[in-house]
Design a protein. Structure first.
Length: 137
């Protein structure tokens, strides 16, 4: 019987370098925080950093959709929730939600499309067949 798709939470403190001169998080910082969560999520999927270096197969973002709902500010703690959302033959989708820890407000939602790519050739490969059966997506 398939198990639940991989999911996890990371926690990030908004640092000075994440903000603009008004103390509000800039869009690139949100993407960096999502990247951290996605990298750890990939490890749950069998694509930890060492495995990627050994196989030379990397999950590559091909599309990012992001909705900025509320701003985060300097010194706040954010919870980034990520999970595998869908699978196809050569692509998969992950969704993310960023929540301000202090009040539970959703600040950002995002959905990313990824492909598994052999490097340095840059050639997409099929996703592992076990993924579909393992997570029932």
């Amino acid at each position: 019987m398939p198990s639940a798709p991989p999911q996890l939470e990371t926690r990030e403190e908004v640092m000075f370098f994440d903000t603009d001169c008004g103390g509000v998080v800039h869009n690139l910082a949100y993407l960096r925080m999502i990247e951290t969560c996605r990298t750890r999520l990939a490890a749950l999927m069998g694509l930890d950093l060492r495995a990627m270096a050994d196989t030379r197969q990397y999950p590559v973002v091909t599309r990012t959709e992001i909705d900025y709902k509320r701003p985060a500010r300097l010194g706040e703690w954010l919870v980034v929730r990520g999970r595998l959302d869908a699978l196809a033959r050569a692509r998969f989708w992950c969704v993310f939600e960023m929540i301000r820890e202090a009040d539970g407000q959703t600040l950002v939602t995002s959905r990313q499309t990824l492909a598994l790519v052999n490097m340095p050739e840059g050639k997409p490969v099929r996703l592992p067949a076990a993924w579909a059966g393992q997570w029932g997506l």
